[in-house]
Ligand binder design. Structure first.
Ligand code: SAH
Length: 279
């Protein structure tokens, strides 16, 4: 075996347009000998990969792809394994660690690991529709290919009842259409049908589309593999075609920046009686 120590960079390339890929991600890809990734992502960075060895595989071959990346890097190559968005968010990073664990890798062994963060779909999609993530939010993937639906349904129920803004990743695909309907039904049990919802498809890519709608109506629109569904909390509102979830400043301050009577800057919010808008 080659004694040279390789590097394995696990790289999030952001949503898909060059300006939204970080300089660190660009550097990791341009300095690699081998670039590994799902075919669509390889295409998104093809301008950076000329002359490099490319290992591109289809959607259901993740384990083989992760193993190939790790083995090449272990044997001395500089390998970049790329995911869209952030590689650690429903991406390849976790699987790469499981492959390393399986092969008995220890810190200090080859390959050296570098993890390069990327802008996840939550951030890119939110930026296209306003400020929907201004208060507590969570991400739930509706894909039941690797997770039992009962677990996903339980998380939807918990997030909906606790009034989180909810981002749904992997909401539907050609074959998987039932989950988004069930998610809709669960969430509607906990918040009004008028709750703002944004559907963002292919954010920062050629076929970008965004739709602002509400909980009662969002199933009337096309939702697929490239869509992220952002569902507001009970405090989320629409303003000039933007979706906004307030942080809560107006619970405490007037528009002149003065604390409202009874409130103290830097101290816990005093909930007025009867309870006002607490966000
Ligand atoms: N690692 C990726 C997520 C991969 S899971 C990330 O951090 O963004 C795949 C899901 O991510 C898709 O089904 C979709 O819900 C979401 N997604 C990824 N890229 C997107 C984009 N450009 N626009 C909208 N949604 C996107």
């Amino acid at each position: 075996m080659d004694e040279r120590k390789g590097t394995l960079s696990i790289v999030g390339i952001g949503p898909g347009s060059a300006p939204h890929t970080s300089p660190a991600a660009l550097e990791a890809i341009t300095s690699a000998d081998v670039v590994v990734g799902y075919i669509t992502y390889i295409k998104l960075v093809r301008h950076l990969t000329e002359g490099k060895e490319i290992i591109r595989t289809g959607m259901t071959e993740e384990i083989g792809r992760a193993r190939a990346a790790v083995e090449r890097a272990r044997d001395g190559a500089r390998v970049a394994i790329i995911s869209s968005g952030d590689a650690g968010v429903y991406g390849m990073a976790g699987l790469v660690f499981q492959v390393l664990q399986e092969m008995g890798w220890k810190r200090g062994d080859s390959p050296e690991l570098r993890i390069v963060p990327g802008m996840t779909a939550l951030n890119s999609c939110a930026s296209l529709v306003g400020a929907p993530l201004g208060h507590d939010f969570c991400a739930i993937s509706l894909s039941d290919l690797l997770t039992p639906w009962s677990v996903i349904a339980k998380r939807l129920e918990a997030a909906a009842s606790a009034d989180f803004v909810i981002a749904l990743y992997n909401p539907a695909s050609g074959r998987r259409t039932r989950q988004i309907v069930e998610a809709h039904d669960i969430i509607l049990r906990h918040r009004p049908g008028t709750t703002p919802v944004a559907l963002v498809k292919s954010a920062y890519r050629k076929l970008e589309e965004k739709i602002l709608t509400d909980l009662d109506h969002f199933l009337d629109f096309e939702i697929g593999m490239l869509t992220t569904v952002l569902i507001g909390s009970t405090n989320t509102f629409v303003f000039e075609g933007y979706i906004v979830t307030p942080r809560g400043y107006t619970n405490k301050y007037t528009w002149d920046g003065e604390a409202i009577a009874g409130q103290t800057p830097g101290r816990s919010l005093i909930v007025p009686e009867p309870p006002g808008e607490v966000v």
